[in-house]
Design a binder for this molecule. Structure first.
Ligand SMILES: *Cc1c(COP(=O)(O)O)cnc(C)c1O
Length: 395
């Protein structure tokens, strides 16, 4: 259905990418498992070829319509003029974005706080293809950032807030300076999703999410999204096809289901997350809470300026714990369980290892834990954390 462009994000999340008339009026779509699609005549085939020439997408011929419908919903959430594609993972969304625009001799800028596997991809996969990269300080001033650009810098990736330490970047400034230098600007927006930070409205060209996280929200699938203007997305979708990256029909269906409750889930993650972050700040064992909504967080003013909310993922730095103390702390937790790939309904905790790949921003001094605050009752989550602190050996 065509939505009035003035409707708000909750309404978009509820209605975008739905086509009940195409499948018997059912509110919930069927799982569209498809490889071959059948045409009625030659003219229809010719029209499909003409359309694929414009969009770079082949789904008129092959594959799940469900993936297209999710992409339509993502495009609506990303804002006016956006075109989106669904990819088979967050990592593939990043790889496709890099390979669509970078080639031998090009230079890429990554924030020092970039997701570790993205930095590894730049070093290994992109490095083998003759694409070089540098890390820039995520909190660089305009002059400092400008000095990082080289004549061959073709793309700047942002990730805001940054992985593990949650610094918020000045994305509009970075986009303006990068564009003056002729570089494209991409963002890994997995933390905020387009609901809480609208990349394209802040000057970003290519907006990427690990849909595995909040967009899906149920810890049961791995997918990614890329969105941008039509001219760029044709190149993105052509590259995606040439790389053979295809999201599965069942995962696309699950993602469509998850998206309908995204705004509601994020509000709860935010409310509970802030309550727990504030409670942690008051504990004597806690040195620092790394949460963009807290006034002393790095880049908090930028968060307040550019974001419409926070999510449930943040860091907490404890006085250094020896391994037995860390084991006692983690072992006492019942609701916060050890696990990667946050963004689902459940709470998670993870000790963050020292990131030796960073060049500008050292990891905080102390024991850094990453918390994902899920949809449990926050009173129960606070009691769980209290029990973990009580299990620490007394000094
Ligand atoms: C998880 C994650 C990814 C990778 O997503 P996958 O779907 O697991 O491949 C990329 N960026 C960030 C910031 C992530 O947290």
């Amino acid at each position: 259905m065509t939505l009035d462009p003035r409707v708000k994000p909750d309404t978009i999340a509820t209605h975008a990418g739905r086509h009940p008339a195409a499948h018997g009026g059912s509110v919930s779509p069927p799982v569209d498992r498809a490889a071959t699609r059948i045409f009625t005549d030659l003219a229809e085939i010719e029209a499909a070829h003409a359309e694929a020439g414009v969009t770079g997408r082949l789904s008129a011929f092959l594959g799940s319509r469900g993936a297209d419908q999710v992409a339509e919903a993502i495009a609506a959430l990303e804002g006016p003029g956006a075109v989106a594609t669904l990819t088979s993972s967050g990592m593939s969304a990043l790889a496709i974005t890099f390979l669509a625009f970078l080639g031998q001799g090009d230079h890429l800028l990554l924030p020092d706080t970039v997701f570790g596997p993205t930095r590894d991809m730049a070093r290994d996969l992109l490095g083998r293809m003759g694409i070089s990269f540098d890390l820039y300080h995520p909190l660089a001033s305009e002059a400092e950032f400008r000095a990082c650009l080289r004549p061959n810098t073709r793309m700047v990736l942002t990730e805001s807030p940054g992985s593990n330490t949650f610094e918020v970047q000045d994305v509009p400034m970075i986009a303006r300076v990068a564009h003056e230098a002729g570089a494209l600007v991409a963002i890994d927006n997995s933390w905020a999703t387009p609901l809480l930070f609208a990349p394209l409205a802040h000057g970003v060209d290519l907006s990427i999410c690990a849909a595995t996280k909040y967009l899906a929200g149920h810890s049961d699938l791995i997918l990614g999204t890329i969105a941008g203007r039509r001219e760029l997305m044709t190149q993105v979708m052509t590259t995606q096809r040439q790389m053979g990256d295809t999201p599965g029909a069942d995962d696309a269906w699950l993602l469509a289901r998850g998206l309908r409750t995204l705004p509601l889930r994020l509000r709860q993650h935010d409310a509970s997350g802030r309550r727990i972050a504030t409670a942690l700040q008051a504990r004597p064992e806690v040195r620092q809470v790394l949460h963009p909504a807290l006034p002393d967080a790095a880049g908090h003013a930028l968060w307040a300026r550019d974001f419409t909310g926070a999510t449930g993922l943040f860091g907490v730095v404890l006085d250094p714990l020896e391994r037995p103390a860390l084991e006692a702390f983690l072992g006492a937790l019942r609701l916060f369980t050890l696990g990667y790939s946050w963004g689902g309904f459940e709470s998670l905790i993870l000790p963050v290892a020292a990131d030796t790949g960073r060049q500008h921003l050292p990891m905080p001094d102390g024991t850094l834990l990453r918390l994902h605050v899920g949809l449990e009752d926050p009173d129960d989550l606070l009691a769980d954390l209290d029990a973990a602190f009580a299990a620490l050996p007394k000094a």
